[in-house]
Design a protein around this ligand. Structure first.
Ligand code: NAP
Length: 318
């Protein structure tokens, strides 16, 4: 059902080419008046945002809901936004399969010793290394939400034991059918979860409860030769503690897509560390057409007074 006429939507997305988004939003919501935000613009009913300035919310005081063009809302929640204003994030929208690809690529490259074979090729060495058993590499997934569940399925498909940690018990069908899956829930179980994992995949939102969660003590709980894949937010990990455990040999390596400071500063030790692979926050990109379709569907649900999936719980921070 089309939305009522003359709904005003303001678009304010940093680091985004605005015109393709405006064109797609206008096509998906032809009845709405959709404009690129600039200071002094008329007050809108809805907003589509990514990393907007505080000034946006200071001026846009008539909003009925805000759509975030990503899954993580930590940066948005640092702004001063009216507590009752609903914030709606993207659910999957094409990101989950990308996350599964990225994590499986990093995991399999580690299991199959891709770095060692690359080095052997550089030295023209024909050496067949002893095969590794995936049973020795239980994969622990921190965060069993929209992305974590998809990653758990993909990893299980390759025959790895899978462990998962969430705030509340994970009850979804997607996880129930996995052959070697063990679920842990709540802060009290984190140490046991880590001790049951050798590869750690971070897919938690950044909240007050998860900031600096992975410090030296907790990372040290991972099984010897542990491997860390962080695709969520950089501030989940205490960077110096990760470096110390890599240098001490307890951890074998890390693939990092997200960092406390982005872009990662040119002199940061991660860039040249022999056990670290760095990518520039590309593990799961926002896809325009899927995202616009989802935003339009959710906006219509809101207009009809229905609950909307992906509405952020401001209290818990995700
Ligand atoms: N690198 C990238 O390109 C990229 C792209 C997209 C997203 N991300 C990041 O990925 C994160 C996860 O996305 P998502 O869509 O999967 O989120 P989600 O659906 O909200 O799932 C979050 C999961 O984390 C768990 N969790 C949250 N706080 C916890 C705590 N204190 N203790 C234990 N578990 C906790 C939740 O537990 P419950 O199930 O009990 O609620 C849930 O299982 C986003 O927040 C974003 O930061 C990164």
């Amino acid at each position: 059902m089309p939305v009522a006429a003359a709904l005003r939507i303001s678009f304010c997305c940093a680091d985004t080419q605005a015109q393709p988004w405006l064109d797609a939003l206008r096509q998906a919501l032809p009845e709405a008046d959709i404009r690129l935000w600039q200071s002094g613009a008329p007050r809108a009913d809805y907003a589509v945002v990514w990393a907007p300035p505080q000034q946006f919310f200071d001026e846009q005081t008539a909003l009925r809901a805000v759509f975030n063009t990503g899954a993580g809302v930590d940066a948005l929640l640092r702004l001063n936004i009216p507590p009752a204003l609903p914030i709606v994030r993207l659910d999957d929208a094409g990101m989950a399969v990308q996350m599964a690809e990225y994590v499986c690529h990093a995991l399999l490259r580690h299991l199959r010793e891709g770095d060692a074979y690359q080095e052997q090729q550089r030295q023209a060495q024909w050496v067949q290394r002893a095969p590794r058993s995936r049973g020795d590499y239980p994969v622990g997934i921190l965060g069993l939400g929209v992305l974590g569940q998809r990653v758990a399925q993909a990893v299980a498909h390759f025959g790895f034991p899978v462990r998962g940690w969430s705030r509340t018990p994970a009850l979804s069908h997607a996880l129930a059918g996995l052959p070697d899956f063990q679920a842990f829930a709540g802060a009290d179980t984190l140490d046991d979860f880590l001790a049951a994992s050798r590869v750690l995949v971070c897919l938690l939102p950044l909240t007050e409860a998860t900031r600096d969660l992975l410090d030296r003590r907790r990372l040290g709980r991972l099984q010897a030769g542990g491997y860390v894949i962080n695709v969520a937010r950089g501030a989940l990990i205490v960077e110096d503690d990760l470096l110390a455990l890599l240098d001490a040999g307890h951890l074998a390596g890390a693939t990092l897509d997200v960092f406390r400071t982005e872009p990662l500063p040119g002199d940061h030790p991660f860039w040249k560390h022999p056990k670290i692979t760095v990518t520039p926050h590309i593990s799961a990109r926002t896809l325009l057409s899927e995202s616009v379709r989802q935003i339009a569907d959710k906006l219509r649900l809101l207009e009809q007074g229905h609950p909307v999936p992906g509405t952020v719980d401001r209290q818990r921070g995700y």
